[in-house]
Design a protein around this ligand. Structure first.
Ligand SMILES: [Zn+2]
Length: 353
């Protein structure tokens, strides 16, 4: 569809690439921007013309970028160096990873009033060398009400001006902006696509690629993070933790927490992702009784044993805890306090009649 649009010479002036984290909406928007500027496009951007070469380094003078930053007066151009590096490393990245890269810690990201004014100014200039002036905006959700400043520009853009917005959460985008965009939906990726891409891009062996694909739930960003971290035996670690939580021996739980806290943030997050995957498969088993799960045989055995003592409601509550912890870990929560508290809560959930 995008290829046809590009060839049609009737490119809509605002496209919204909408899809969940890790589905590739930003990657697609950036690639489409390159296609529009390419001097000899065929089945996609040619990759060798001067326009493509600049675009692929995110340095084409007529492809502008706008993204969330930290601080009330921040503008995207101040962060182009970090942006180019982040994009070249991983165009599937998530907002939090990007904001932490800017040193956000617990501060919120935003797309500021100053940034909106800078966009208006940039797009009022003539194109330097491209056929189009393009603005790629990542996560217009962060515009908040400042987005109203851009309405007129999106509705009646200067000639040959195109907005490519890449968003994850439709409900958080101003309706007035949404209604002016043509929607391009990206979906979570298939296990096969993720496994193949991991083998190709990271040289992961096919067995492990498959395992990571199962865990990542169609999110290529998560898949890359898993692939880039040394393999832990999360299955064993989880099983051990669940047993200890079940027994609820305080000394044992404190010891477990102390050693788990030393694993580091990324490993802890990876462990939680594994836990969520495990619990999701367990829910499927409890709900359907079907033991054909996306797990290894020994894990299926554990699921079957645990399902005898935990019902669907309890598993849902455990999954909720795991989910919250991913959020807290990303925001630098103290792991000792967090996981000891979680262990106690898990014991309560498991033991409540
Ligand atoms: Zn080209």
């Amino acid at each position: 569809m995008l290829l046809q649009l590009a060839q049609s010479e009737r490119v809509p002036h605002a496209l919204l690439f909408l899809g969940p984290t890790g589905s590739g909406n930003l990657a697609l928007a950036v690639s489409f921007a390159q296609l529009l500027q390419c001097e000899q496009p065929a089945d996609g951007p040619c990759g060798v013309c001067p326009a493509c070469r600049k675009a692929s380094q995110f340095a084409h003078p007529d492809i502008h970028f706008s993204f969330p930053t930290v601080g009330t007066n921040a503008v995207s151009t101040d962060y182009m160096k970090q942006w180019r590096l982040a994009l070249s490393e991983n165009p599937y990245m998530d907002a939090n990873t990007w904001l932490q890269r800017l040193g956000a810690e617990n501060k919120q990201g935003n797309i500021t009033k100053d940034e909106c004014n800078a966009i208006i100014k940039k797009l009022s200039l003539k194109a330097f060398e491209g056929r189009y002036k393009i603005l790629v905006m990542w996560l217009p959700e962060y515009l908040g009400k400042e987005g109203n400043r851009l309405l007129k520009l999106i509705e009646e853009p200067p000639e040959q001006t195109i907005f490519l917005l890449a968003a994850e959460n439709q409900e958080m985008i101003l309706n007035t902006i949404l209604s002016r965009c043509q929607l391009v939906k990206t979906d979570t990726l298939s296990d096969d696509d993720i496994a193949e891409a991991l083998e190709e891009k990271r040289g992961v062996d096919s067995n492990r690629a498959r395992q990571i694909a199962f865990l990542s739930g169609g999110d290529f960003n998560t898949a890359l993070q898993l692939a880039d971290n040394p393999e832990n035996d999360d299955a064993q670690l989880l099983l051990d933790w669940l047993r200890k939580c079940w027994r609820g021996n305080g000394v044992e739980l404190v010891q477990w927490t102390e050693s788990f806290a030393k694993l580091g943030r990324e490993n802890q997050k990876q462990f939680l992702y594994y836990g969520l995957h495990f619990l999701r498969e367990m829910m499927a088993f409890v709900a359907t009784g079907n033991a054909r799960l996306r797990l290894r045989p020994e894990e299926v055995q554990t699921v079957q044993n645990m399902a005898k003592v935990l019902d669907f409601e309890k598993i849902t509550q455990l999954a909720g805890l795991f989910n919250d912890n991913v959020y807290y870990i990303e925001r630098n929560a103290n792991p000792k306090i967090l996981f000891l508290d979680t262990s106690i809560r898990m014991n309560q959930i498991m033991k409540t009649a």
